[in-house]
Design a protein around this ligand. Structure first.
Ligand SMILES: Cc1ncc(COP(=O)(O)O)c(C=O)c1O
Length: 422
């Protein structure tokens, strides 16, 4: 794409954007607010607000306990089946449950049990730190012989496949990675890495939190064993919405949920004292789901299915390419560095820009420029593009605001102190 840096160019792109109509399907009560944090918490779909009222008022308020037999009991599977279409899986291979962290723990512990004699889990230092904590805690429970090996990225952006492959051998029980890295936004070639793990006899687990809803995924085609993912980012499921897990069908009966609970029981309401796992993906459930949050995931999934992930990805690539072209012309000269891959095929839907005063710039953007990005230590300003509602004009305005904050030294008004959520 040949890019011009004037605002007219952004307007022209918005006019010819075939997904532009989806923006009106979201609640946008302050059109002047430039929201570039859909990679952390997606916007509220209009339909979710309506659904929330019905859920609370009619389903909970009027139907009370009867709600369980009128749809709540099968909700985790029903919404999971829809999410399966976003990740390239069969309907009975995905279920909604718990949080990403808890699902990760369950699947890692199950994988370790399924690979006796192998003691190593491989991950990389681009992974979400909480995922690493979960791996460490699951390994601690597995016994003193088990250990985690963290492959280091040479540049903080990516890990070359050869480096990863060099770490995987006949001791490897599991390779657990984030598909799209939370800081740099770099994306692994899922099929290639999965094949490398399988050649060594290891299982693979992908955390697709920063990919799902931003690009098509092909878990089945890539022969992936296990995956977890988040629904409150590009899926627009709402703050703290439950996560999902994927287990390839032929593994269902071979893996055991380490937090076995009544929702994963074959006959939940027989209340026997003996645990008998349900057939299929349901065995990875544990306890009562958060029905309201779970139900509110569905409108966001429906919007993505309606738009089509190929079109979502095509717009995401165009918009992140545009953002990088603007960075090169307008922001690199005033001290910003690019902390994301330039190659669109290796990049997710956010672009990270580095600056030594990043934290103070982030605050100035939020407090003076009405622009919301987010910030990850030590110096990453993340600009998330959510193609269903992000406009080219917003991207242009945000870049101009970043430039103004630095050129006019507006960030100097803010201390470099950390706050809760950045
Ligand atoms: C890649 C990744 N994995 C896991 C998590 C943790 O998810 P949760 O806190 O919902 O368990 C996050 C949270 O942002 C994430 O970005």
């Amino acid at each position: 794409m040949r890019v011009r840096t004037d605002p007219g160019f952004a307007r022209e792109q918005d006019e010819r954007d075939e997904l532009a109509g989806f923006r009106s399907r979201f609640v946008i009560d302050d059109p002047a607010l430039i929201y570039l944090d859909g990679n952390s918490l997606g916007r509220l779909p209009v339909e979710s607000a309506t659904r929330a009222q019905r859920l609370v008022g009619a389903e909970w308020g009027q139907r009370l306990i009867r709600g369980w037999n009128e749809g709540w009991l099968g909700l985790a599977e029903r919404v999971g089946a829809k999410l399966a279409r976003l990740v390239g899986a069969a309907e009975d291979e995905v279920i909604v449950a718990d949080s990403t962290s808890v699902n990760l723990f369950k699947l890692v512990a199950a994988a370790l049990q399924a690979r006796p004699g192998r003691t190593v889990v491989i991950t990389d230092d681009l992974n979400f730190p909480s995922d690493v904590y979960i791996l460490q805690s699951a390994l601690k429970l597995a016994g003193p012989a088990h250990r985690l090996e963290i492959v280091r990225s040479p540049d903080g952006l990516t890990v070359p496949i050869e480096t990863l492959a060099g770490a995987i051998d006949s001791d490897t029980a599991l390779v657990a990675l984030s598909h799209t890295a939370f800081k740099s936004g770099s994306v692994y070639d899922m099929a290639t890495v999965t094949a490398v793990a399988h050649r060594a006899g290891a299982l693979i687990l992908w955390d697709v939190s920063h990919s799902v809803g931003a690009m098509p995924l092909s878990l089945d085609q890539a022969a992936v064993d296990l995956a977890v993912g988040c629904t409150y980012k590009y899926v627009n499921g709402g703050p703290g919405a439950p996560a999902f897990l994927f287990v390839r069908r032929d593994l269902h009966d071979r893996l055991h949920n380490p937090i076995a609970g009544w929702f994963g029981h074959q006959a939940q309401f027989e209340f026997t004292l003996e645990y008998r796992p349900a057939q299929g993906i349901r065995r990875f459930l544990t306890g009562t789901p958060s029905v309201v949050s779970l139900a509110l995931i569905e409108p966001g999934v429906d919007l993505l299915l309606e738009a089509g992930l190929e079109r979502v990805r095509a717009k995401s690539v165009r918009q992140t390419d545009y953002l990088i072209a603007l960075w090169e012309a307008l922001l690199a000269p005033v001290g910003f560095t690019l902390h994301s891959p330039r190659d669109a095929a290796r990049r997710g839907s956010h672009v990270s820009l580095g600056h030594p005063d990043g934290l103070r710039i982030d605050r100035a953007l939020i407090e003076q420029m009405h622009v919301i990005p987010d910030f990850r230590y030590p110096d990453h300003i993340r600009l998330g593009v959510a193609p269903l509602y992000t406009t080219y004009t917003e991207i242009h305005t945000a870049v101009m605001a970043l430039r103004t904050v630095v050129v006019e030294r507006l960030y100097e008004q803010y201390p470099a102190t950390r706050r809760g959520v950045t």
